[in-house]
Design a protein around this ligand. Structure first.
Ligand code: ZN
Length: 140
């Protein structure tokens, strides 16, 4: 898996994960990439800024926690995510659409086929690929 910093036509920046750089190219060409903030599908890779050495020690420590260990960062992200989201397995497409239509604020995660993902995006349901396997399936 690789993560890209993406930016939409309105300069919203966000991160998205892909199986490979080809997956990114493929999804971009098919208009499947969508800004989670404004829904724009005019999305491209953000220009990465060079790392600038931090001046204060405090800032350096905080940055090293977030940047130096991608796995630790990913684990923190996963824990925070799982605490606020229900695992719904292969009912994901139906659940996500129902939540979207009801205007609920809750969050779910699970599996969806590429066709389901495409249909959800066409219906304006906000969704993002996850950078990790749901724990409920880790022993499958
Ligand atoms: Zn946007």
């Amino acid at each position: 898996m690789i993560v890209y910093d993406l930016v939409c036509e309105q300069a919203h920046r966000f991160e998205a994960w892909f199986g490979s750089s080809r997956d990114f190219d493929d999804q971009q060409q098919r208009g499947l990439l969508e800004c989670p903030l404004c829904g724009s599908t005019k999305v491209g890779k953000a220009v990465m800024a060079p790392a600038v050495p931090a001046k204060s020690n405090q800032q350096t420590e905080r940055q090293s926690l977030a940047n130096d260990d991608p796995m630790a960062r990913l684990l923190m992200l996963q824990r925070a995510f799982e605490a606020g989201s229900d695992y719904v397995g292969d009912r994901f497409a139906a659940e996500a659409r129902a939540i979207h239509q009801a205007g609920e604020a809750r969050s779910v995660h699970g599996e969806a086929t590429p066709d389901e993902v495409k249909a959800l995006r066409e219906d304006g349901v906000p969704l993002l690929p996850l950078p990790f396997r749901p724990r409920a399936r880790s022993d499958a």
